[in-house]
Design a protein around this ligand. Structure first.
Ligand code: AMP
Length: 175
């Protein structure tokens, strides 16, 4: 099944073998974001697919921020920033996780939303799933309900979806 957004991703996505290190094929979505109609189509699909199912959108630093801000605005929803370790003040929740390349830490400030708020998590690429799984744990530890995950591109060979449990996951393009 195809969609306007999927067509834009297929035509504009740039792949860079061996970046940022040997063996990784880096999928660069910036050319998709840099095309106004393409970007709008991504936002429309992500917001529409989960319409009525979320009160807030959580974007994962850094490319997830671009999507979350736009989807939050389009859907009249709150926006949460899930940040890399050490950047947030006050009381924060922390999750350590493994990446396709390296390991990392993500954090979320507590008390940003009413308890039980329904949250849609957005990022650009679903690879091993470690990043979104860690974000899901942060959302649940903060007292919110994870009601959906949206990504532009899913790398199916890495089976990241299997780490995300029963939550509905929508990928605009799966390769
Ligand atoms: P993962 O935790 O393995 O699912 O990795 C997802 C995160 O790493 C996302 O925030 C992506 O931006 C980034 N990422 C992982 N693999 C790639 C890739 N092959 N191309 C571009 N970004 C990637």
């Amino acid at each position: 099944m195809t969609s306007p957004a999927a067509d834009y991703v297929h035509s504009l996505l740039a792949s860079y073998p061996d970046f940022p290190k040997a063996g990784i094929v880096f999928q660069d979505l910036n050319p998709v974001f840099a095309n106004a109609r393409a970007f709008r189509s991504l936002v429309d699909e992500l917001a529409g697919r989960h319409a009525g199912q979320f009160d807030a959108v959580a974007g994962i630093e850094a490319r997830g921020f671009l999507l979350a801000a736009a989807v939050g605005y389009a859907a009249d929803a709150a926006v949460l920033a899930v940040r890399k370790g050490g950047k947030l003040p006050g009381t924060v929740l922390t999750e350590e996780y493994d990446l396709e390349y390296g390991s990392a830490r993500l954090e979320l400030e507590v008390g940003q939303l009413p308890p039980g708020s329904r949250v849609l998590v957005l990022d650009d690429v679903l690879a091993t799933g470690g990043t979104i799984a860690a974000t899901s744990r942060l959302i649940e530890r903060a007292g919110y309900e994870l009601t959906g995950v949206g990504v532009v591109l899913e790398l199916t060979a890495l089976q990241g979806r299997s780490r995300l449990g029963a939550v509905p996951v929508h990928a605009i393009v799966a390769v």
